[in-house]
Ligand binder design. Structure first.
Ligand code: UD1
Length: 426
């Protein structure tokens, strides 16, 4: 298994190209199930989860072709053609590693009238139930059965009527599944308290390009008028706001100056506000974001929240940065109950962090030192890399398959801006 070795202390400087958003890609790919025409997705990141999703689509009989497979290509293009669906089952061995596989449930049900999906696994950041996905689909008229670790959803004869659903908790995935189901329902559906993350807007934009009728895009109340059929489309995946935010923290912790080429500032205002309060200079333009951290960093208090609040996916990386800030920062995690797994690893590098329930108190500035650390989930892994970039000496990060799930060519991008990082075979 590969590991990453980082020798800290280099001030990052230069340009990092930002990839297409993993979380957007994972909901755009299953949209191909909604039409017999080809859906072509550009700017897909080169990630293990995308390859996993491609295999899953092939299992349903979807033809896929990828361009941009040369190692030097950033931004691959995938053409997906679901002319005929040959299987409506997403089996355990394909979905167990990828929680996002649950996102095939809605579009498969909408297109084929039934869908059977193994219960998902994925990142270990809490219980992560799927009850809201199922309740929303049920509200549209589907019948749900849970047997032997599988969810089976069935539409009545004549198709799903559609319906209304009010989310008791904001859920990105459940909103996505509900949208992909409702677009082909017989009637009109309404979603209240829906998630409005930029990835949801990206999904709505693709669905509209395919002929869907959706009102309220970008708000928490969505009205979807079901249409008889959808057509193919060509669509470019949005830039990854979490990748961009992660590299912003990496640049800042080294006191560096880095341009995030292709990052979209409008999608990541909560992160930008947090960085500015910490003392990081952030300059936005139409084609990217410039980050510079020439001076001392200040403590702040942060609370994660659904969009437009601060993304839970940025909490771990900002925590690493706050280890170098002057004073005690308080971080509250309101989305997932088990998302401080990076804390003991950061402590092994010299960070002073205490937790109580969903609150962490980070006391800085710390003198971080290199250590052997273990990646636990995707964003926690990135927080260890960020800390390692500022640490004295060498850090070894193991279990980096988590990183490969979410950061396209991480070590290459960091090398571009002068980091001393290498991947070695363990
Ligand atoms: C997505 C993102 C993930 C991000 C998260 C929150 C993808 C592939 N993943 O995950 O990176 O951290 O949004 O921004 O896009 N919940 C329920 N029942 C459900 C579904 C969710 O109670 O059926 C709860 C969850 O336990 C959690 C909260 O709702 O407490 C938000 O989860 P959700 O927004 O659904 O996260 P994901 O879509 O899984």
């Amino acid at each position: 298994m590969d590991k990453l070795i980082i020798r800290g202390g280099n001030r990052l400087s230069g340009t990092i190209p930002i990839s297409g958003a993993k979380n957007a890609a994972l909901t755009l790919i299953p949209c191909a199930l909604l039409t017999e025409e080809a859906v072509t997705l550009r700017n897909l990141p080169r990630l293990a989860d995308i390859d996993g999703f491609q295999h899953l689509m092939n299992q349903f009989g979807v033809n896929t072709a990828i361009q941009g497979t040369r190692p030097e290509d950033f931004g691959r293009t995938m053409r997906l053609e679901a002319t005929r669906i040959t299987s409506t089952v997403a089996p355990y061995d394909l979905v167990r590693k990828m929680r996002a596989s649950i996102l095939v449930l809605g579009p498969m049900l909408a297109r084929a009238g039934e869908a059977t999906v193994s219960m998902p696994g994925g990142c270990a950041i809490g219980n992560r139930p799927i009850d809201l996905h199922l309740k929303a689909i049920e509200a549209f008229g589907a019948q749900i059965e849970l047997t032997q670790g599988y969810v089976k959803a069935m539409a009545p004869d004549g198709g799903l009527p559609g319906g209304d659903f009010d989310f008791p908790v904001v859920s990105v995935g459940a909103t996505e599944n509900a949208l992909m189901t409702a677009v082909l329902a017989n009637g009109t559906s309404r979603l209240f308290n829906a998630a409005r993350e930029p990835e949801i807007v990206d999904l709505c934009n693709l669905l509209v390009a395919m002929g869907a009728e959706i009102e309220g895009i970008g708000t928490s109340d969505l009205t979807i008028h079901g249409v008889k059929r959808l057509n193919g489309a060509t669509y470019a995946v949005m830039p990854d706001r979490i990748e961009a935010g992660s590299y912003a923290c990496a640049a800042a912790i080294t006191g560096g100056a880095v341009r995030l080429e292709g990052a979209k500032a409008g999608d990541m205002q909560a992160t930008i506000r947090a960085l500015r309060s910490i003392g990081v200079e952030v300059t936005e333009d139409a084609k990217g974001i410039d980050i510079a951290a020439p001076g001392a960093l200040s403590r702040i208090d942060l609370t994660t929240a659904p969009y437009p609040g601060l993304a839970t996916d940025m909490q771990a990386q900002l925590m690493s940065l706050l280890c170098m800030a002057d004073g005690a920062s308080v971080l509250k995690e309101t989305i997932f109950e088990n998302r401080f797994m990076h804390v003991p690893e950061l402590a092994r590098m010299g960070a002073d962090i205490s937790t109580e329930g969903r609150t962490a108190i980070v006391k800085g500035p710390s003198t971080l030192t290199g250590a052997e650390v273990m990646a636990t989930d995707l964003r926690a892994s990135m927080s260890l890399i960020i800390a390692a970039l500022a640490a004295e000496g060498e850090t070894t990060v193991r279990r980096i398959y988590h990183l490969d799930r979410g950061y396209e060519r991480l070590e290459e991008k960091l090398q571009l801006v002068g980091a001393d990082i290498e991947r070695v075979d363990d």
